[in-house]
Design a protein around this ligand. Structure first.
Ligand code: ADP
Ligand code: MG
Length: 729
């Protein structure tokens, strides 16, 4: 790699044009495209006998198991549909604890008496047995009992993935060990939704809404990402190995002019976005919004919300499609939380709510006193949940990449406060105090079940972008989720802690209603809960220093990094919670804790090794080269009798000083890294060592490299610079 390769990468962009997709858009209609690769409701209805269709729908709605005959009928219908769409293979598609998706393909092909048959049985649909010994299990599974099994989740529809030369039927499945432990992210997510459903239905029945049979959570995951030209990417070993740049001097211009946000989308980028959307629509992913984000070369894609498990699958597919389509367009899509220092990082805003099978959003402020009573009860449940289990919510978004977004210099704090907006906060305050405050029409005490809420203008609820957990009109937006992570963990945590609060409210209301009217009981319980938990509400600037101090006074935890957060994951408090609601067993919680610590250690270890390689073999040689040229130029000038060489000698001294600094820093990082690799201790100690010894040593190396980037001849520098990667496409 040399500076000429870097120049060539810049040059090549001049001739890159927007890439047209395989089919021309003029011939396609969005309603024909949408869901064409999904074995969805209309396909099922058309291909199954009426009774089988009804039985399947009932299994899907209530999450119950299919009986073998029905499974065979569904499998045959699915196979015929898939083969008709060009599929040759099927796979159980699952979400192991790597946080990625996994698949192992089998063709439909079978041989009988020397004849080829296409077969797909109910058994193959419902259950698979991948040899899955290489997935992380956190000690749940020894290699001698390595097998796990996958089981179809009928609440998530099967779909076809098309690639250049073929198509594969994908069946969303859960992944468990033979002893029944969850080895994936779908299983506990499903269990958490079930737990929440059970408690919410119980509470709704107490409130008199007897017709509700189930409650599910809804999710809209707004996805942020960066695009970088592929030519640049290939010259950055750090991007290839770690997904983020480990060094790079700040460009003269970053995002300070705010000229990228919502700006006109450049031609190559919009061609990419349109291609992505078309692919996503075919897969039934309701991609809705696209725009430029705050940082240069940063973008966002937002879907329409769906049932959480489906939204999770769709978000995994979205990340996959973004990556694959980017390649076709000569880009690489970076989903890392912080690809570049100095500009905004990427998150995934987790828009979350609860809905009933009767079509009601439980976080929708209503028009009638009864609807508002229900709204206030469920709102209170969320407030209590976040204030009771802030550590659990924090651990659900804790991993190395997200540390750059939370609690770090350039990021919002890791304190989990709730933004309610002024009007709703006033309602809460009035409920707590029982005395009217505020102005005008709102000068009334809120009496649940009797009064209605003052109207909450939707647009007034979403102004504060600094809050990690904001009420935005009819849903909560958990903004601290990382761009690259699966939405499973945050939603498992959220669903479980809300289930706990809903259960508490149901118990308390039931108890009080024995001695008073239902409305009065609700009023009393809601008031008690809000009084205790309103400290978690904060509408101010979450980035301000005052908030840190204020949060500490209020007793809100501030777990600044992954290691601090993860130390709270497998605590007794959380094990008891997860076991009580049947979401995770003690063993499952503990194994997940180990995997999370291990993931942190591995991520930092890879970064440290990559940085040492870059510093020693990319930066150091060109710095030495530059130093040599400078030195010979100074000595030539001296020989020629130039009288005043002070400035040149000073420059040479500065450069040599930086080179020495770099050498020392590399040596220190290597030493820390060697020590870390042979470190024996608990998972937590190991991770702590990386955090306290390796990461600071990395930042010393980076500092020296970045200083050198500003001194060394641009013609020698081999690594694409920030100003190029962020601004040229
Ligand atoms: P913005 O945040 O840009 O103002 P919206 O608030 O309309 O946009 O929507 C943001 C995301 O929230 C979208 O993905 C949307 O589908 C999702 N969303 C809207 N309502 C709900 C809901 N009830 N449950 C879950 N997600 C929702
Ligand atoms: Mg939003």
């Amino acid at each position: 790699m040399s500076a000429s390769a870097r120049r060539a990468a810049v040059q090549s962009i001049l001739s890159k044009k927007p890439v047209r997709s395989a089919t021309s858009y003029e011939q396609e209609r969005i309603h024909e495209l949408f869901g064409m690769n999904v074995f969805g409701d209309s396909e099922m209805r058309a291909r199954l006998p009426e009774s089988a269709y009804k039985a399947l729908r009932s299994c899907m709605e209530h999450g119950t198991e299919l009986d073998p005959t029905l499974a065979d009928q569904v499998a045959t219908a699915m196979k015929e549909w898939a083969v008709g769409r060009g599929a040759t293979h099927f796979t159980h598609w699952f979400l192991p604890m790597t946080g990625l998706t996994a698949e192992k393909h089998d063709s439909f092909l079978n041989m009988a008496d020397g004849r080829m048959l296409l077969e797909f049985s109910g058994k193959q649909l419902v259950k698979g047995e991948p040899d899955a010994s290489s997935f992380p299990s956190g000690g749940l599974r020894a290699t001698f009992e390595a097998r796990g099994y996958t089981a179809w989740d009928p609440t998530s529809p099967a779909f076809i993935r098309e690639t250049q030369n073929g198509a594969t039927l994908c069946i969303p499945t859960a992944f468990c060990s033979w002893t029944g432990e969850a080895l994936d992210k779908r299983t506990p997510l499903l269990r958490s939704m079930e737990a929440l459903s059970k408690q919410a239905v119980r509470l709704l029945h107490i409130l008199g809404e007897k017709e509700v049979r189930s409650v599910f959570t809804t999710l809209g995951a707004e996805q942020e990402y960066f695009l970088v030209d592929r030519g640049f990417y290939q010259l950055r070993p750090d991007l290839i190995a770690c997904g983020r740049t480990l060094l790079g001097a700040r460009p003269p211009k970053g995002q300070e002019l705010e000229d990228h946000y919502f700006g006109a989308i450049s031609p190559r980028v919009i061609a990419f976005m349109q291609d992505c959307e078309r692919e996503l629509w075919k897969l039934g992913v309701p991609a809705k919004t696209r725009h430029n984000e705050v940082a240069p070369s940063q973008y966002e894609l937002a879907p329409v919300f769906e049932r959480t498990t489906v939204a999770m699958d769709h978000n995994m597919l979205t990340m996959e499609v973004l990556r694959q389509v980017a390649q076709k367009h000569g880009f690489v899509c970076l989903l890392h939380e912080k690809p570049y220092a100095g500009v905004n990082g990427s998150g995934k805003h987790n828009n979350w709510s609860m809905a009933t099978d009767t079509g009601e959003n439980l976080l929708e402020p209503g028009r009638t006193p009864g609807e508002n009573l229900r709204f206030m009860v469920f709102l209170t449940a969320v407030i209590r949940a976040v204030d009771t289990f802030p550590e659990l919510l924090r651990t659900s978004i804790a991993f190395a990449g997200n540390d750059h977004r939370l609690g770090a210099n350039e990021a919002p704090p890791a304190i989990l406060s709730i933004y309610l907006g002024d009007q709703l906060t006033e309602v809460v305050e009035n409920l707590i105090s029982g005395t009217p405050r505020g102005e005008g029409a709102r000068k009334t005490t809120m009496t649940l079940g009797v009064n209605t809420l003052p109207p909450l203008p939707r647009d007034a609820t979403d102004r504060n972008r600094t809050s990690p957990f904001a009420f935005t009109g009819n849903k909560f937006e958990f903004r601290a989720v990382g761009a690259s992570q699966s939405i499973a963990n945050p939603n498992i945590a959220l669903n479980t802690i809300v289930a706990d609060s809903v259960a508490w409210l149901a118990d308390e209301i039931e108890k009080h209603a024995r001695t008073m009217s239902l409305d009065a009981a609700v009023q009393t319980v809601v008031q008690t809960a809000l009084k205790k938990h309103a400290r978690v509400i904060f509408n101010g600037n979450g980035y301000s220093a005052e908030w840190h101090a204020e949060a500490e006074r209020r007793g809100l935890p501030n777990l600044r990094n992954t290691v601090d957060a993860l130390a709270h994951y497998a605590t007794e408090k959380h094990v008891v919670l997860f076991e009580r609601f049947g979401v995770l067993t003690r063993k499952e919680v503990e194994s997940r804790g180990h995997i999370a610590f291990e993931g942190y250690v591995k991520a930092i270890a890879i970064e440290a090794q990559s940085l040492i390689g870059l510093a020693a073999t990319h930066v150091l040689p060109v710095a030495l080269n530059h130093q040599e040229r400078l030195a010979s130029s100074v000595s030539a000038a001296r020989q020629a009798g130039v009288s005043d060489l002070r400035a040149q000698e000073k420059l040479l001294a500065t450069l040599s000083g930086r080179v020495n600094q770099l050498l020392t820093a590399i040596e220190a990082l290597q030493a820390a890294s060697d020590k870390a690799e042979t470190h024996h201790g608990s998972h937590k100690d190991h991770a702590t060592f990386y955090r306290d010894q390796v990461i600071p040593a990395m930042s010393q190396v980076r500092q020296a490299c970045d200083a050198l980037e500003l001194l060394v001849d641009d013609d020698l520098w081999p690594l694409p610079k920030y100003r190029e990667m962020l601004f040229i496409h």
